[in-house]
Unconditional design. Structure first.
Length: 309
């Protein structure tokens, strides 16, 4: 298809200003404009860069998602309408890895507790045996894909032994040991940290359930930077309330924004972040580079990078 006009949908605002991306791409051989929800405005574009899905996208040729996870998009309808869908996998690994390192360091070095105490001007030192250090601990990462590998790389640099759980037990670079999904309970049972980096699919929905929390050590922390529905959130809350795990750091939830009445907000050993583990001032540039790369590939007739549909 011909690429004359690329729309940057205003929903990208969740992560960066649409105008920043449009300006970054203004050297492309196509017109790049910010578009809103007006269907005519959208269908006047050949391609759209977006955060959310809109039905009008079924009438453009190419949709680029600024996320890695593509659970917002109806694959079947894209397929049936001949719309190409590409995503932004590959840009988040280091960023999310650093966020996960931050959670782990916070738990180990008791930073979240100090910040909570600071709100009350309370000088309250941790107990002598509350703090620990990361070298020698084990993190079990569920999902050894692009995101999981980025997390493994950052944690490995901090001296953490990293194991992984994936569909098959095939080794993956950066992971000291790999378990197949059917051995998930064994994989999580000796870990100090269990970290979900999985996308949401039919196979992963509620993969982490009460059984998984039971298999975890009582002093282990749980982290989710994948998708909320991969975890049975009420089973997680039960595990936290009954002290069958030590705590959790959560960036994604079954319902987002996390409802005000959720008990997760008030737990001392729970860190809640608002689905921002990948946020960085460089986000629009990284997305822009993928779009530019694909515009070049389209011109030279090569297959799209990061094509999903
Ligand atoms: C916006 C969300 C993804 O799937 O959820 C993440 O890429 C990022 C920063």
């Amino acid at each position: 298809f011909e690429l004359e006009r690329i729309g940057v949908h205003e929903s990208v605002e969740t992560v960066f200003p649409p105008s920043e991306l449009a300006a970054y791409l203004d050297d492309l051989p196509a017109e790049v404009t910010v578009v809103g929800d007006d269907a005519a405005e959208i269908t006047a574009c050949d391609a759209v860069v977006t955060f959310e899905h809109r039905d009008a996208y079924l009438e453009v040729d190419w949709v680029h998602s600024i996320q890695a996870g593509v659970d917002r998009f109806p694959f079947d309808e894209f397929e049936a309408s001949g719309v190409v869908l590409t995503n932004s996998t590959g840009i988040h690994d280091r960023w999310v890895g650093e966020t996960v390192a931050g959670y782990l360091l916070s738990f180990a070095r008791r930073i979240h507790t100090a910040v909570a105490n600071q709100q009350d001007r309370r000088w309250d030192q941790p107990d002598w045996n509350d703090g620990f250090t990361l070298p020698g601990t084990t993190a079990c990462v569920l999902g050894t894909g692009t995101l999981g590998s980025g997390v493994a790389e950052v944690l490995g640099a901090l001296g953490v032994r990293v194991t992984g759980v994936r569909r098959s037990a095939e080794p993956v670079p950066g992971f000291d040991e790999v378990y197949a999904t059917e051995d998930l309970l064994e994989g999580v049972s000796d870990a100090d940290f269990v970290i979900v980096t999985l996308p949401l699919t039919e196979q992963t929905r509620h993969l982490v359930d009460a059984e998984v929390f039971e298999a975890m050590r009582e002093d282990a922390y749980f982290v989710n930077v994948g998708r909320g529905p991969v975890v049975d959130e009420s089973a997680l809350i039960d595990a936290l309330e009954s002290d069958s795990i030590a705590g959790a750091a959560l960036d994604v939830f079954e319902t987002e924004p996390l409802p005000e009445e959720s008990p997760l907000w008030d737990m001392d050993e729970v860190i809640v972040t608002p689905h921002c583990a990948a946020f960085t001032e460089d986000y629009f540039r990284a997305v822009g580079d993928i779009v530019r790369e694909n515009v070049e590939r389209l011109e030279s007739g090569e297959p799209f990078h990061n094509r999903v549909v």
